[in-house]
Design a protein around this ligand. Structure first.
Ligand code: NAD
Ligand code: MG
Length: 399
């Protein structure tokens, strides 16, 4: 028996590495995940890389990581990627359908879901149905169809490990607590670049200013979501599904220093917090290596340095997106899906200077009022609600 085990070790030495499929490898999370994989190449290999438009970075990553497969979303770029990788064994696919097909393949163990927005949902569903462990950065997946995704995860015994820093914090606080009741979770919010500002200031805000986050460097969509506080609203819904909470168990507190990444209060009143400097590589690394922690050289938080950790209530009169998202959280059904779709349209319109900062909230609110409520949507109905919300929100911009 001992001999057999040692044989298996020697012949499958390579296989002991966790094979990661990085969906959205050219983004902020994707590139940081590849940095973690590179720094721990004895533990991880990158087997799948995908990108929507950035063919040059995708090719560079493929040459560096020698994955099994790359997928370029934009079909017009297929020939260019294929040509650039012709002297390698890397298989090249393109288009939206290929993302799902690759998600269903056997060549990887864990999907790092780092595509942004609704587009991330289908590949995650495929991966879950095929028994892959999910390291989930794409919060929109759970906002849109959290009930279906979590149900499928249970059926397929698939762990969904959060990458979002707040949810990673809660997940870490819950280690060893599986028999204990959560009273509530407290999501911390930095407040974004416009903390303390009022509508008379926000009305004139432009994209470049809104993209400047004080504590984190992130992709464009989540940076705008952080500036409007929609990001925290989406995270409340994400937390509900990940940790099986009732809406009233999810609370938000503004903590501008982003040192406490979130907290869990148990039924005895005890509160656990997870802390550290704001660096997404840490929650990414935690998710990839779970249940292990691995050593690294990331900068450490130093309590001896002068500084304060402060907390305040979010200003929901100014940042009304948080109210809309809270409504969606409590209402359930297809409302979070509609909220998410309208928000995606609003954010991309704002990024193209088509609408103002405060117009985003109005657009989302009107779309939420327009799309009929469905209490227990099927997956098809989620897709229909998403499409209907996008069409309606887009029609408001054209007026
Ligand atoms: P990003 O815009 O930097 O990267 C997005 C990635 O997805 C890119 O690789 C892009 O090519 C790909 N992509 C974009 N549209 C696509 C489409 N339609 N089909 C297929 N691929 C597509 O985004 P990001 O900041 O890395 O965020 C990714 C996800 O992680 C988001 O859901 C975000 O909310 C979440 N998240 C990000 C951070 C962060 O620090 N950036 C933190 C927590 C959670
Ligand atoms: Mg977050």
């Amino acid at each position: 028996m001992a001999e057999q085990t040692s044989n298996r070790h020697s012949t499958e030495g390579e296989r002991e590495k966790k094979r990661i499929a990085v969906f959205g490898s050219t983004g902020s999370i994707g590139t940081q995940a590849l940095a973690v994989i590179r720094a721990n190449s004895h533990l991880f290999s990158a087997e799948v890389l995908t990108a929507q438009n950035n063919d040059e970075l995708l090719v560079e990553q493929a040459l560096q990581f020698n994955p099994n497969i790359v997928v370029i979303g934009d079909e017009k770029k297929y020939a260019k990627v294929k040509d650039a990788l012709k002297s390698t064994n890397v298989k090249v696919f393109c288009g939206e359908q290929a993302l799902e097909e690759v998600a269903a393949m056997d060549c990887y163990d864990m999907m790092l879901a780092a595509i942004v927005g609704f587009a991330g949902l289908r590949p995650v569903l495929q991966a879950v149905e095929n028994g892959k462990v999910i390291a989930l950065a794409n919060k929109e997946t759970l906002v849109v169809a959290g009930d279906i995704v979590m149900q499928k995860a249970v059926e397929n015994r698939v762990p969904i490990i959060p990458v979002d820093s707040e949810h990673s914090a809660i997940f870490q606080c819950l280690v060893g607590e599986s028999r204990n009741q959560i009273e509530k979770v407290i999501l911390t919010a930095s407040g974004g670049p416009f903390l303390g500002k009022k509508p008379n200031f926000l009305v004139n805000v432009k994209r470049d200013h809104a993209l400047q986050h004080p504590n984190w460097t992130m992709g464009a969509k989540i940076s705008i979501d952080s500036a409007t506080l929609m990001n925290k609203g989406l995270e409340m819904i994400e937390a509900k599904w990940l940790f099986n909470l009732r809406p009233e168990q999810v609370q938000v507190v503004v903590h501008p220093q982003s040192i406490i990444h979130s907290m869990v209060q148990f039924e005895d009143g005890s509160i656990k917090a997870q802390m550290g400097l704001p660096d997404m590589k840490l929650p990414i690394q935690y998710a990839l290596a779970f249940p292990q922690r691995i050593q690294n050289k990331f900068p450490r938080y130093d309590f001896r340095r002068p500084g304060q950790l402060t907390f305040e209530e979010p200003d929901v009169k100014t940042f009304r997106n948080l109210v809309l998202a809270t409504d969606a959280l409590f209402r359930g059904g297809n409302t979070p899906c509609v909220l998410n779709a309208a928000n995606e349209i609003a954010v991309y319109a704002f990024l193209r200077n088509r609408i103002g900062f405060l117009d985003m909230t109005d657009l989302i609110e009107r779309t939420m009022m327009h799309v009929p409520f469905i209490e227990k949507p099927t997956l098809e109905e989620y897709f229909e609600s998403d499409a209907e919300a996008r069409n309606f929100a887009a029609s408001l911009i054209k007026l």
